[in-house]
Write a protein of this length. Sequence first.
Length: 408
Amino acid sequence: MTRAEAEALDRDDPLAPFRERFVIEGPVIYADGNSLGRLPQATIERLGSVVDTWGSRLVTAWPDWIDRPLEVGDLLADAVLGANAGEVLVCDSTTVNLFKLAAAALVHRPGALVTDADNFPTDRYVLEGLGELAVFDADPIDGPTADDVARACARRDVSVVCLSHVAYRSGALADVRAIVDVAHAAGALVLLDVSHSAGVAPVELEAEGVDLAVGCTYKYLNAGPGSPAFLYVREELQEELRSPIWGWFGQREQFAMGPAYDPVPGIGRFLAGTPPILGLAAVEVGAELVREAGIERLRRKSVALTELAISLHDERLAQLGFELGTPRDAERRSGHVSIRHADGWRICRALIERADVVPDFRTPDSIRLGLPPLYTRFVDAWDIVDRLALLVESGEHELVDAAPARVT
């Protein structure tokens, strides 16, 4: 595909007008929306409104704020997660929510905790800190499969199978329905991390039989750095599970200030401390944008963007020592493309410092190109690969300091 053909795709793109609704400054091509999404223009206004309310009403605004974790959770359930009202809560961080759900499930169904060796680090660390961990090796590109899970479950009694919907390095999209069937047959609950799929790929928690789920909101939901995460508990499990973190926002008679903890019925029992009202406002804007765009349209454009990046990789990059680290099958791929190179870290730094392209790097050799469909153009994908190819062809990346950095 030529650059002119990519520009033509942009002219025909029904989602193109959404780009104008984000803060986009300077010449830099942003290819890291799978780590931190752009700032929506509407978020600036929404946060300003909440700040004004804080300033004018102070503590008297709490009657309007106190149910926001559930209200925004219901919006996410409907617009993003394929869940029902009363099954999603926006609160805390992904790490804290994973701990809450895994610990609650472990008490409910004692046994081993199963995950794959390449699962996102925070997920593995939390599980390892909770109990007996059964780790299996999955294909580094295609990610964990139902057969992998079946073999892991056959070796011991299992409490929870905890996997990511999308493999964070490769972008591989898991076959959730098949994994759920295998885990349930082994008597285990399924805890799914949807951080890398929420807002860019269809998530169908109810339809696919997922028991528990967590995810962040600062990637494809564009809610900002450190924005609150979310958790999902299937309705029929809510009365059986109890959060290991007993906080006053999960207490039945919250303002009675009583001596004993008595959790509220329903999803609210997984609340703990005071909700982040400003962060919730930003999550709400992000979920509204996804709902307006429509997840099916977002998915179609995401597939087209990643297909373009992969075809350009084959044409321009494969001859320069790159290997594709992402599934070629669009059905098994989410919203970013991973390309591998032995000198990947220096190339990634050179893209940022010398080519005005911002991707990210994941050890040992993966450059991730995040292409969120709400604001990424087809010509952006074309230019990213073109600049990358020119950089490596010229050897300019070899001039970049290869020293490790705190943030990659």
